[in-house]
Every structure is written in structure tokens, then in C-alpha cells.
Design a binder for this molecule. Structure first.
Ligand SMILES: Cc1ncc(COP(=O)(O)O)c(C=O)c1O
Length: 198
């Protein structure tokens, strides 16, 4: 965020001293630092001392996607684990339709609760339900106050959405219990009233 370079030598030393795994997100340095843009590891000469490096191909490389570098064992593990996770997820979707039913039951419960309280949920027809509040600073304050009361809902403002449509974004899942959803509604009501949103 500041345009500074992470003190990687010191971080690597600490990781080595305490036996921690080092993972580096080099999104801003690939194509910028080091020989031919090899990145921060090359910039400091720390080859072989960072276990995992991730980065994006969407910045200096000018395309899309990302990369993960690590040992052959790690990469093989990721290949298999990612593929296995996807296959397992498709199996669950096919064999347990009850989960999707529960997702929609929870969604209807939460959306109707929000509407009853007088919140503006825009045009949402899916479990992703914005609560539109107007100005960006209000959305961020709303999000902060909710978090203090135990509810996480990310604040989103301009330029992601128009300034007058700033919002918090709520997402219901199949595994939320009714108690959890009711708790969120109660907190939303309390904080929404306190901030004059409803
Ligand atoms: C530190 C860092 N890592 C990763 C990313 C991900 O980039 P993208 O989603 O474009 O691949 C970003 C994007 O801004 C970033 O700043």
C-alpha cells in the first residue's frame, strides 16, 4: 500500500529461527524488482529461503491469473488437493440437494427479516444480499459497528458501486443456523437504528 519493500531478509531470518514456513505474495514485485523482474527474493538474494511464493499475472505481466511456486512436493500436493476438492464438491452437490434447499430456506428467512426491518436490499434474488445505505462513509461505519457487535459484513463504496449506493454485503450459507441468522438480524436492527439507517 505504501510502495515500500518488505524487509524480507529480516522476515526470513525470523522464520528460520522459529521454524516457520515462509510464504511471499510478490504480486507487486514480479516484473519490477530483481534481475529481469524476478521479484523480491532475487532483489535481496534470498534464493531457496522462501518456501512458497505466490503472485499475480495481472499486474506487470499484463494478463490474467496467478501462480504458485514451491517445492515439487508442494505443487503436486496442490494439484491433487485442488482436483480432489472440486470432485468432492460436485459429489456433494449431486448427492445432497438438501444443502441447496437449506441455502434457499436460510436466504428467504434472512431476506424477509431484512425487509421487515425496513432495510433496502436492492435487486438481490440470491443469497448475496446487499444492504444499501447511501454514502460510503456510512457504509464503512455500519460495517465497523456491526463487526464490534459480532457480525461481519464488508462495507463496499465507490468506485466498486455508485457513491449513492454504498452498502454492506451480506452472504447467507447453507450451514448458518436459524439462531445465527436471527442473531445477525438482531444486531443489524440495533446498529441500523443507532446509525439512523432504519
Ligand atoms: C498483494 C496482492 N496480491 C494479489 C493480488 C491479486 O491480484 P489479481 O486478483 O489481479 O490476480 C493483488 C491485487 O491487487 C495484490 O495487491
Amino acid at each position: 500500500m505504501e510502495g515500500d519493500i518488505a524487509p524480507l531478509p529480516q522476515i526470513v531470518e525470523l522464520a528460520e529461527r522459529y521454524g516457520a514456513i515462509m510464504m511471499l505474495d510478490d504480486a507487486h514485485s514480479s516484473g519490477v524488482l530483481g534481475r529481469n523482474g524476478r521479484g523480491t527474493v532475487d532483489h535481496y538474494g534470498l534464493h531457496g529461503r522462501v518456501d512458497i511464493q505466490v503472485g499475480t499475472l495481472s499486474k506487470a505481466i499484463g494478463s490474467l491469473g496467478g501462480y504458485v511456486c514451491g517445492t515439487r512436493t508442494l505443487i503436486e500436493h496442490l494439484y491433487h488437493r485442488v482436483a480432489a476438492c472440486c470432485i468432492a464438491a460436485f459429489e456433494v452437490l449431486e448427492k445432497e440437494p438438501r444443502l441447496i434447499e437449506r441455502l434457499w430456506q436460510n436466504t428467504r428467512f434472512f431476506k424477509s427479516g431484512l425487509s421487515r426491518l425496513g432495510f433496502n436490499t436492492g435487486a438481490s434474488e440470491t443469497p448475496i444480499t446487499p444492504v444499501i445505505v447511501g454514502k460510503g462513509d456510512l457504509a464503512m461505519r455500519f460495517s465497523d459497528e456491526l463487526f464490534k457487535e459480532g457480525v461481519f459484513a464488508q462495507g463496499i463504496g465507490y468506485p466498486t458501486v455508485p457513491e449513492a449506493k454504498s452498502r454492506i454485503r451480506t452472504i447467507v450459507t447453507a450451514t448458518h443456523s436459524r439462531e445465527q441468522l436471527q442473531f445477525a438480524l438482531d444486531v443489524l436492527e440495533k446498529v441500523g437504528k443507532r446509525l439512523g439507517i432504519i
